[in-house]
Design a protein around this ligand. Structure first.
Ligand code: PLP
Length: 397
């Protein structure tokens, strides 16, 4: 006998992982250069040199036993202090090292935070389109995911729809800006409106509704776009941060949770975070990568490649007749499928060796996600295939 819910999750991969595996098989059959794999958000630019320099220095200079030993369950105190200092200097905030918890990336940050905040049957609002794993993280301990579609013209939160979805059981809302899969960045106006709405609803419910800010793409923005610091707008905020994307380190698994000191019952929330980390076995994030953080925090990989890809792909696809959501951040392009059924569209795209993710599991049917964190050469080589795919629909009309 096994836990059937878990068996189900293990037996059937996410659409993204399924396509990624298909891509590996297809590349072995016809050569990697002939497959245009836009399936997964694996950064394609190397980490900045300071990452390896710092790791090498730590290994050369630090006592090996302590370097590789356990840290405190919530993370090394000095490292938490460095993270708080950085946030306070950068955002004029008052982050507290005693309210920071080091994790193995944003996925763990989210699972821990949701476990800390919810009981069975509590509700968590997800702004669609959303990262499909949110549903898995929310439902893990019996809480209920409540998808609320964003305004599909702007991909900003639809405040009226959120208001209508809030019930006395609403415990949290997850926001993800810059967004996977749309690349949209929440505007200051959207944040102010959402914060006001959540304050009013919390008061009505007699319990705080927490804002969980999933921020693995915080630094990945283009032009003069800014990502506002959410605790300045809404006190009951937890930030789930990850170094996976900004530093091109997704395989190393390092990130953190920050509980805003101004949150109602901040200490109790942090204790629940520590308890959830303990219950889930997410204690003492990888020590070597913790010790790297003070040296590298705030640095990014060279994201100019993503910017080049973004412009190239959006302009070309628009010129072929695709409807493209203008991305301000992250490294995804959200494109309207050329037929109603996005899965059928993705199957046809495969005939052109284009691997695109159908948007159904993002809670917003009818679109595809293109991860443009690939080489610019791959984008250039794929353009004739995108053009031919569009033409195959035109000739049908
Ligand atoms: N949240 C979003 C929106 C993501 O896109 C991802 C990964 O792609 C994650 C969380 C998980 O990030 P991590 O690799 O840090 O666990």
């Amino acid at each position: 006998m096994v836990n059937e819910k878990m068996r189900g999750l293990g037996a059937c991969r996410s659409v993204i992982r399924e396509l990624f595996e298909y891509g590996k098989k297809r590349k072995a059959e016809i050569g990697a250069e002939n497959v245009f794999d836009f399936s997964i958000g694996n950064p394609s630019v190397p980490s900045p040199a300071i990452v390896n320099d710092t790791l090498t220095k730590l290994i050369a200079e630090r006592d090996a036993v302590s370097l590789h030993g356990y840290t405190s369950a919530q993370g090394d105190a000095g490292v938490r202090g460095a993270i708080a200092d950085y946030i306070n200097t950068t955002h004029g905030a008052k982050a507290d090292p005693n309210l920071i918890y080091l994790t193995v990336g944003a996925a763990a940050s989210l699972t821990i935070s949701l476990t800390a905040l919810t009981e069975a049957r509590d509700e968590v609002i997800l702004l669609a389109p959303f990262f499909p794993e949110y549903r898995v993280f929310v439902e893990r301990n019996g809480a209920v995911a409540v998808p609320v579609l964003c305004n599909t013209k702007t991909f900003q939160p639809d405040l009226e729809a959120i208001k209508a979805a809030i019930t006395p059981r609403t415990r949290a809302i997850i926001v993800n800006s810059p967004n996977n899969p749309t690349g949209a960045v929440m505007t200051k106006e959207s944040i102010e409106g959402l914060a006001q709405l959540l304050r009013e609803a919390s008061q009505k419910n007699g319990n705080p509704i927490y804002l969980i800010a999933d921020e693995p793409y915080r630094e990945l923005v283009y032009g003069d776009v800014e990502v506002p610091y959410l605790p300045h707008y809404y006190a009951n905020t937890l930030i789930c941060y990850s170094f996976s994307k900004s530093l091109s380190l997704p395989g190393e698994r390092i990130g953190y949770i920050l509980v805003n000191p101004d949150a109602t019952d901040a200490i109790a929330v942090y204790q629940a975070v520590c308890g959830a980390g303990r219950a889930l076995g997410f204690v003492c994030a990888p020590a070597l990568f913790q010790y790297m953080i003070p040296e590298v925090i705030g640095k990014t990989a060279d994201i100019s490649v993503y910017d080049t890809n973004r412009t190239l792909l959006s302009e070309a696809l628009t010129s072929y007749g695709y409807e493209v959501v203008k991305p301000d951040g992250a490294f995804y392009l959200f494109v309207k499928a050329l037929e109603e059924n996005a899965t059928a569209f993705c199957e046809r795209a495969k005939e052109y060796e284009l691997l695109l993710v159908a948007s159904d599991s993002f809670g917003c049917p009818g679109y595809v996600r293109i991860s443009y964190c690939v080489t610019t050469e791959q984008i250039q080589k794929s353009l004739p295939a995108f053009k031919a795919l569009a033409q195959s629909y035109l000739t049908e009309k």
